[in-house]
Design a protein around this ligand. Structure first.
Ligand code: SF4
Length: 484
């Protein structure tokens, strides 16, 4: 599908409005709208239009989320319709319905097993036609493999392409990333949508809040209305054993009984190649640069400056990717170097080794009335004084208030604005009780003390995770509070 075919007029957008546009989320800094453009490739004009709309209809703060969505913040009830109109005028169509995610380079990565886009489109159409009520946050991943596969993306339902005897089959699994999801079946391509719809229907039957983890996988596998492929023949059968991923022709209903034995094996069939999207990539002989706004946030003015700078270096296309990344295409080898310098000038990260990559922060005092401190400054302080905590082995969350917008899950370390100051939560959520708090004006010294404490305790080559695991929380609290 071409980018042009995704473009619609204003009336069409009103009829099929994105749930996020239709139901923006109230946060401390006004309304938040989350967008995933239907078009996988965005132009410089698209991104400049988005930056302009973020300024005109919100507070100018733009976020790229961990799943590669765009968030505009600080909107009002009156400005959201103007955003919808502005998007339509710019020809940017937000996805609607259940989130179905495909790798950012689907269809253009020569190393992928299959282009996931047609499968995702067919599945999206089947779900829309079924008219089922599903959990609002249901996530489906269709992963054709490739350099920037979605192996580490947790989803309620996954379809992962597998090479099988010169053809492609799809592993259907639920509730996890590629390693942890529970296998339901391995399906021929022509059965993959129907098989996935059986899982979708099972979720709808459980209830409107059901997620992949709620499914009874053995029962689901047994009830599939057709035979999966790539299973070993039953013990004692005279047909022998199928090769891993092999397609039975025709598939036999007897194969499905042996799913548990095949599950571990199935995981080993996948092509490796998982790579972080930030940094330089060679995709089919063409350079691709992944850049990420520091801590996932950028002001519209800075995004516009970045896009103009990258365009001057030869960039022609931009793709949103997981890990808060923007992929830049169209660069020559020389242009790649210049583009990297331009991105760094605008404060974007160009390497997955960037300090701070494991820190999640919310808008903080710079953009949210609920915040009691400057989360950006706090993250910079962590990078400067407690970098040992940021080796990527643990999640660190800095939240302006207990709402925890940036990281709803638990994190190893959370620094959270509370009525009593900046609280410290270990292995918990922002809403959990803080073990200790320091006044906002005493926060920077507290970070310096914490950094020094961890540096002194750390053994050579020890990860932050191991260090935290073997350190009593009381001693961490004492260092944070400055108690001897
Ligand atoms: S978590 Fe941050 S962005 Fe969310 S409401 Fe609190 S201060 Fe605002």
């Amino acid at each position: 599908m071409t980018a042009a075919s995704h473009r619609i007029d204003t009336d069409t957008l009103r009829r099929g409005a994105c749930p996020s546009l239709a139901a923006p989320m109230q946060t401390g800094d006004g309304l938040l709208v989350r967008l995933r453009p239907v078009a996988p490739a965005l132009t410089a004009d698209d991104l400049l239009a988005l930056a302009g709309l973020a300024r005109e209809t919100g507070n100018g703060l733009i976020e790229i989320t961990a799943r590669g969505n765009i968030q505009l913040r600080g909107l009002t009830g009156a400005s959201v319709p103007r955003l919808a109109q502005g998007l339509a005028a710019a020809g940017i169509v937000p996805q609607t319905g259940v989130a179905i995610e495909t790798p950012a380079l689907s269809g253009i990565d020569p190393s992928e097993i299959a282009d996931a886009t047609p499968m995702a489109d067919a599945l999206r159409a089947a779900i829309a036609a079924a008219g089922l009520t599903l959990a609002p946050k249901l996530a489906i991943v269709v992963d054709g493999g490739g350099v920037l596969s979605f192996a580490d993306m947790v989803a309620d339902i996954r379809l992962d392409a597998i090479e099988a005897n010169e053809s492609v089959v799809w592993r259907l699994a639920v509730g996890g990333d590629r390693e942890t999801a529970r296998s339901v079946a391995v399906l021929a391509a022509e059965s993959a949508v129907d098989g996935t719809m059986a899982v979708v229907a099972a979720l709808a039957a459980i209830g409107p809040a059901a997620r992949g983890r709620d499914l009874d996988v053995p029962a689901l596998a047994a009830d599939l209305p057709f035979s999966p492929v790539g299973r070993r023949w039953p013990e004692g059968s005279d047909e022998g054993a199928c090769s891993p991923g092999g397609v039975c022709a025709p598939p036999s209903s007897r194969c499905r009984d042996l799913l548990p034995e095949g599950e571990q094996e199935a995981k080993s069939w996948f092509k490796s190649g998982l790579r972080h999207p930030i940094g330089k990539h060679d995709i089919g002989g063409h350079p691709v640069l992944g850049v990420a706004p520091a801590y996932g946030q950028v002001h519209a003015d800075r995004l516009a400056a970045l896009i103009q700078g990258l365009s001057a270096c030869g960039a022609t296309e931009f793709r949103l990717a997981p890990h808060r990344t923007l992929l830049v295409r169209g660069l020559s080898e020389e242009g790649l170097v210049a583009a990297q310098e331009a991105a760094e000038r605008e404060g974007f990260w160009c390497t997955d080794q960037a300090p701070g990559r494991s820190v999640s922060i919310c808008a903080g005092a710079a953009g949210c009335a609920s915040a009691s401190f400057d989360t950006h400054a706090a993250a910079d302080a962590l990078v400067a004084h407690a970098a040992g905590l940021l080796d990527g082995s643990v999640d660190v969350h800095i939240s302006g208030c207990p709402k925890g917008c940036a990281h709803p899950a638990r994190a190893a370390v959370t620094l959270c604005g509370t009525a009593g100051g900046v609280g410290l939560v270990m292995n918990g959520k922002a809403s959990d009780p803080a073990l200790a708090a320091v006044p906002a004006e005493g926060f920077m010294p507290a970070i310096r003390r914490l950094g020094a404490f961890l540096r002194n305790r750390r053994a050579e080559s020890e990860t932050a995770k191991t260090l935290l695991d073997r350190t009593a929380p009381d001693t961490i609290v004492s260092a944070y509070q400055g108690h001897p």
